[in-house]
Design a protein around this ligand. Structure first.
Ligand code: TA6
Length: 293
């Protein structure tokens, strides 16, 4: 399905009429609803839905860089590109299907793209929805026999929360982090859980593969399971920065939290013909789960 700008839009629904669904705009997930049809991802009321402009919210892929570390645009070009749907994707592994629905999005460099990032790659993003409403994003990035290249990658995920001051993150308790608010100075997290009273913009390093985001008011926990992604970005702009962002409502920082599986500290290097796989699985469960994830 294409929207008015000609961008491939996709909706994944689980069979049996449940309301769980995932919507994509190009290579960006812009909606993830549970079986009651409740939206689990944050998307700003001021989001701009344009062909090649990242939407404020959902899950966007930052590739091949994160931040402003080269001549490339902030967070790399992938999130502002036209991804195409692979209408004949490889099947799910025999034991990996159990009712899952999925779509494969592809990103390959155009002649113009090669001028700004001269590497021959194929980026296959498989987005799937399980019968239980779990969302999974699997990236397969291959060096198509060009010269070796390195990249960073972030699944820039905006969770919808009831009230940011009632949210905490468990699992990053003792991890070092780079603080983007202090020129990426390195610190060690001292607390027993991350809570939010002001702007936070951090890259947690060498993190566990299971991290929980607990929303006290909604009595709901997001369980983040990742593979091949050692780092975790945690970001809330808080009031002042939110007011400076054209595509974010002034008070919307209260209803969002960016917790993003990533590979940043040690960029991934691929020799010609090599392939890298990174996976992210998101589950939303009642908070009773959170005591022993
Ligand atoms: O997620 C952390 C961060 O690097 C923040 O510093 C903030 O800039 C955010 O990404 C959003 O970046 P964007 O380019 O989407 O406005």
């Amino acid at each position: 399905m294409k929207d008015c700008n000609g961008v491939e839009q996709v909706a994944l629904r689980v069979p049996r009429g449940a309301s769980a669904r995932v919507s994509l705009l190009g290579g960006q997930v812009i909606s993830w609803r549970n079986e009651r049809g409740e939206e689990l991802l944050f998307t700003s009321i001021k989001a701009i839905f344009k062909t090649t402009k990242v939407v404020r919210g959902g899950i966007a892929i930052c590739f091949p860089q994160f931040g402003n570390c080269s001549a490339l645009e902030q967070h790399g070009f992938a999130r502002n590109k036209m991804w195409s749907i692979d209408y004949d994707p490889p099947p799910l592994p025999p034991n990996g299907s159990n009712g899952k629905v999925f779509v494969d999005l592809l990103l390959k460099p155009s002649e113009d793209d090669l001028k700004c990032w001269p590497h021959c790659y194929e980026f296959r993003l498989r987005v799937s929805l399980s019968m239980d409403g779990d969302l999974a994003l699997i990236s397969r990035i291959r060096n198509i026999n060009g010269k070796p290249f390195s990249f960073s990658i972030v699944y820039h995920t905006y969770f919808s929360v009831s009230d940011i001051s009632e949210v905490r993150i468990e699992g990053l308790e003792t991890c070092d982090y780079l603080d983007n608010l202090c020129q990426r100075e390195r610190y060690t997290e001292q607390g027993d859980a991350i809570t939010f009273e002001s702007e936070v913009d951090r890259i947690y390093l060498s993190t566990p593969n299971v991290v929980a985001v607990l929303d006290h008011e909604k009595k709901q926990t997001f369980v983040i399971r990742k593979g091949g992604l050692p780092d975790m970005v945690v970001w809330n702009p808080w009031e002042k920065k939110a007011k400076s962002m054209a595509d974010l409502g002034d008070d919307e920082y209260k209803q969002m939290l960016c917790v993003a599986a990533a590979a940043i500290e040690r960029p991934i290097s691929l020799k010609p013909g090599e392939e890298w796989t990174g996976s992210l699985e998101l589950t939303a469960v009642p908070s009773s789960y959170c005591s022993d994830h």
